[in-house]
Design a protein around this ligand. Sequence first.
Ligand SMILES: Nc1nc2c(ncn2[C@@H]2O[C@H](COP(=O)(O)OP(=O)(O)OP(=O)(O)O)[C@@H](O)[C@H]2O)c(=O)[nH]1
Ligand SMILES: [Mg+2]
Length: 460
Amino acid sequence: MLVKVLLGGDDAAGSDPLAELRALGSTAGATVVGELLQRRVRPRGATYLGKGKLEELVRLVKMLEATVVVFDNELSPMQIRTIEEAVCCKVLDRSELILDIFASRAQTREARLQVEIAQLQYTAPRLRAMWTHLGQVTGGAPMGVGTRGPGEQQLEIDRRLVHKRIAQLRERLAEVQSRKTREVESRTLEHFTVGLVGYTNAGKSTLFNALTAGGAMEADQLFATLNTRVESWPLGGGAEVLLSDTVGFISDLPHHLVASFRSTLEETVRAHALVIVLDVGDPLAERQYRTVLEVLEEIGARDQPRVLVLNKIDALVERRQRGLLERDPLPEWRERYPEAIALSARSGEGIEDLRARVLGLLHGPAREVRVEAPMSDSRLIDFLEKRTTVLERDWNDTACVYRVRIGRRQVEQLLARGSRFTIDGRAAAEAFTALWPPPEAGTDRTVPPHRRAWPEEHLE
Ligand SMILES: Nc1nc2c(ncn2[C@@H]2O[C@H](COP(=O)(O)OP(=O)(O)OP(=O)(O)O)[C@@H](O)[C@H]2O)c(=O)[nH]1
Ligand SMILES: [Mg+2]
């Protein structure tokens, strides 16, 4: 039985406010037998639902023989207990449902540890409610200041056990994570890394599989992906980046859950660039995009350049043809985010645009320049021929003279490896600072912060 209370001015929920909870429920393996919606200015303290609605819920649960009631709203342990007593069956809130999905999906040691910690943190306050409840029911000593009933003592013990267990798990998790941090660090030092991020079910894994050798699980479920996967993504012309696919985001995810999944998102935080995938046909796309930006802020992925991908455009075309599309959302998105790339991970349309954009990020802002490369430096000539866009080539007695389109970071790389050449008739290093002056901090998002290591592209 699904329940949602729409609060105050919450009309951003679209025409089907229970859609996401329904999807979460079916992902968790539940069969939905009924749904209940209520509009309220604010929740009622004890039961969240209004009195009459709660009575209706009790009737519905009985009639439909529901075994679990799931609230889309976040409930306090006391509210859960009060509602449970009224409906005589298990009551979950949205966070618990999400935790349940995570628990059933967690496959790696790390994911299992993270889920258990989050679950225990959720249990701890519930334990209190449970035992206070028992203390009263068993008619133990009245619980006032200084009088500790048996329930209260038991509660202390259990709470201590829970905290001890959490501490143990945290230690183990820290070990796993420090190993992982080192791995991620060395990856980001050696390669240009790109992180795929987005709301759950946006199509990240499908896009990941289309771009790389694949192997990520794609499914029409929420949280199909829980672990991070990294593969190389060839961009053509010998250039390649490492692409990561990771767990999707969702709105209103409890704080501590995000915290315990931090290391899963480490790949994202450290990536040199982010590709934000959005299901543009979803009526809640706008809201989901906001959630994604919020989560990125929260996990500290703030500095890297971002590319917005409007995914599933094939589905829009199809719906338009079948007359099912009331209003095409694409023109509005394009107008508001002219830089966004519309594509279909499924059909492949638009993927070439994404490749070119990421290649541009890898190479940095490009310019057309005249490069004179000594004939003896075959490595440099090879680089220019294979990695840049050659517009003209000529030669004199000692040098090859090129007119090329070349990126800032490519020149940086050549300088770093000690190649000696001229740009527009000047020594390369001098010309470089003139042509690509260092941007003012924070103004150019396509240039990574200096603390971020920039990998050398391997030519050999
Ligand atoms: N029509 C259409 N469907 C797509 C496209 N991309 C993904 N899908 C479908 O959308 C569903 C979700 O795709 P996934 O790739 O698993 O999504 P995800 O973002 O990885 O989701 P989580 O891992 O659950 O967070 C699947 O049923 C895909 O087949 C697309 O371009 N067009
Ligand atoms: Mg996925």
